[in-house]
Design a protein around this ligand. Structure first.
Ligand SMILES: *Cc1c(COP(=O)(O)O)cnc(C)c1O
Length: 382
């Protein structure tokens, strides 16, 4: 195994960032292709930047965000956070007591790690399932969690979504929706309703997923709960700082549903091209992906690497040789090792799909070459 623990993941990520820096400095930003679907945009005008002071910034931008955020998310009040994970942590700190149960329904395991980790922190009993028939809410449950769209963009069925909310509300238990990408994917691509409109008490989205915003979290929901959660948010420094709030505001304003819909059509083309070479790529709503397990199936000789390690090495080859950025190289510890090639953000709009396919194929050839040499693989990742 090459990547064994969170420390390895931190080191791997540092290496990926230094490769990115090197490409920007030696060749230029135009030689990087961020296909993560997380664009991390920062749209701001000079006059807005001048207002970014500790107290003036929030006075202006947080107020504006209330209006724009409510339109995007629904609910009674919004709360900007440092990350989606921060919002999940704050909600669990505020609403979940030690020894109570937290139950989670999602379309496909695994859940985002911030959910079980936060539960462990407060000493709650956490359970999750992706089998609707097996989902139930036991006595002594303090919070029901629903994931709208998973890390791999698997989207929940809207009827099941409604039923889980109903089951929770029958018992007066609040529902938190992890709608990191779902707030846009579910609504725009799958024509589903906003989580708050479906009855969610709290919904959190990530402002750099499938929209031109910065990495940050935007929470929306019931005013009384948001106020309670906001206390924890401020106590533990989980809130979004003024620059983030400004960029979130402009990211939402510049979110175009059409870009998301266009990527939907192009992904079929990319999928077909890749299919003439690979057998295990799958479609996502906005691109294609190959999971570590499926990647391993593409390799027909024995070797010592774990499935995740294969994904990490592949991701690093794509980055180093072609400037193609995918999550396994740059992701935070615990992030999915699935390689997603997302066509919904700006770097992908002008990309020639034949050319992209050739780059993915030759990176894979290179992966096959280095697999037998574990030392070389380690060097590539670290
Ligand atoms: C990305 C994601 C998160 C976490 O977002 P961060 O910005 O990394 O905190 C949580 N849940 C799901 C389903 C996600 O896709």
């Amino acid at each position: 195994m090459i990547v064994n623990n969170s420390l390895d993941e931190v080191k791997k990520r540092e290496n990926a960032l230094s490769i990115i820096k090197n490409i920007v400095e030696t060749k230029g930003r135009e030689h990087l292709f961020d296909l993560t679907g997380l664009s991390g945009g920062f749209i701001a005008s000079p006059s807005e930047l001048n207002l970014l002071e500790t107290y003036v910034g929030p006075a202006i931008f947080e107020d504006a965000l209330q209006e724009v955020g409510l339109e995007h998310m629904g609910g009674e009040k919004v709360l900007p956070l440092n990350r989606t994970s921060s919002g999940i942590l704050a909600t669990i700190l505020a609403l979940v007591k030690k020894d109570t149960n937290v139950v989670h329904y999602l379309a496909e395991l695994p859940a985002h790690p911030s959910i079980p980790r936060s539960c462990r922190l407060v000493g709650a009993n956490y359970s999750e399932t992706d089998i609707f028939e097996e989902f139930s809410i036991p006595e002594n449950t303090s919070l029901v969690v629903i994931t709208g769209s998973t890390m791999d963009h698997k989207v929940i069925d809207e009827d099941e979504f409604k039923q889980v909310i109903e089951m929770a509300h029958e018992k007066d238990i609040p529902v938190m929706v992890d709608d990191a990408s779902g707030a846009r994917l579910r609504t725009v691509v799958f024509n589903q309703a906003k989580a708050c409109d479906l009855g969610a008490d709290i919904a959190i989205t990530s402002t750099d997923k499938l929209m031109p915003g910065p990495r940050g979290g935007l929470m929306a929901g019931r005013r009384d709960l948001i106020d309670e959660i906001k206390i924890k948010v401020n106590q533990f420094g989980l809130e979004a700082q003024p620059p983030l709030v400004l960029a979130m505001l402009n990211g939402i304003k510049n979110f175009k549903e059409d870009n998301l819909k266009k990527s939907l059509q192009r992904k079929d083309e990319l999928f077909d091209l890749l299919n003439s070479y690979f057998t295990n790529f799958k479609k996502t709503p906005t691109g294609v992906m190959i999971s570590p397990e499926d990647l391993a199936k593409e390799i027909d000789f024995p070797h010592k690497l774990s499935d995740d390690d294969l994904a990490f090495v592949f991701s690093f080859i794509l980055l180093k040789d072609y400037g193609i950025i995918t999550i396994p190289a740059v992701g935070m510890p615990g992030a999915s090792a699935t390689l997603r090639f997302d066509l919904s953000t700006s770097d992908a709009f002008n990309l020639d799909l034949n050319d992209l396919t050739k780059k993915i194929e030759s990176s894979f050839e290179r992966l096959l070459e280095v697999i037998p040499n574990e030392e070389k693989c380690r060097e590539i990742v670290f």
